[in-house]
Design a protein around this ligand. Structure first.
Ligand SMILES: [Zn+2]
Length: 192
């Protein structure tokens, strides 16, 4: 049996991202080895939208990734992760899907292998209230009570916020409290 034949079997002749049966064709993952191409079967719509993710980022079609990220097929998980990662720069639902997603360490490493280590020299470092530099994914605690506008609650001093995101603005980081993504002033937090 050829690889392509296997692919169609695995995918049950439907798009592995959105399940559409509209002209499914193999899509080869970026950076996949030439002698062992890693492929995912994609429908016409997915293949067209993938060509310009910047343009198609807010297309409702991409919500299919919220399901496909949980695929049991490694190639599908990796492609979904990469797409969500790109979309997450502008789409908050994609960020949430990535936060909830679970990939084995090995797969995550594979998924991340195409992310170019863009020089971040033009992004100023972010420091907490004590002057400790913060990194993406750090945990922090609040050093004072904060009223969460729009949340209708007060986040208490000492609240732990895990897996923060840097915003590029050294005065703010983004973190989740009570399931809400919130911009937090760095002068009110310290690294946990
Ligand atoms: Zn599709």
């Amino acid at each position: 049996m050829s690889t392509t034949h296997n692919l169609y079997e695995r995918a049950e002749h439907a798009c592995e991202l959105c399940k559409s049966t509209e002209n499914p064709q193999p899509h080869t993952l970026q950076d996949s080895p030439e002698d062992d191409p890693k492929q995912v079967l994609l429908c016409q719509t997915c293949r067209e939208l993938i060509q310009d993710l910047g343009e198609s980022a807010d297309n409702k079609h991409w919500r299919c990734l919220q399901d496909s990220i949980w695929s049991i097929t490694p190639e599908v998980q990796v492609l979904s992760w990469r797409l969500l990662h790109t979309l997450s720069s502008t789409q908050s639902w994609a960020r949430d899907a990535l936060d909830q997603a679970y990939l084995e360490d090995e797969l995550l490493e594979w998924a991340k292998s195409t992310i170019s280590e863009a020089p971040k020299d033009d992004t100023p470092p972010t420091y907490d209230a004590n002057g400790t530099q913060l990194q993406e994914g750090d945990s922090i605690t609040l050093v004072r009570n904060l009223d969460v506008k729009g949340g209708g609650f007060t986040a208490k001093q000492g609240t732990l916020v895990k897996n923060i995101r840097l915003t590029g603005d050294p005065d703010y980081i983004e973190g989740k409290i009570n399931g809400m993504s919130i911009m937090l002033k760095t002068k009110f937090i310290k690294r946990a």
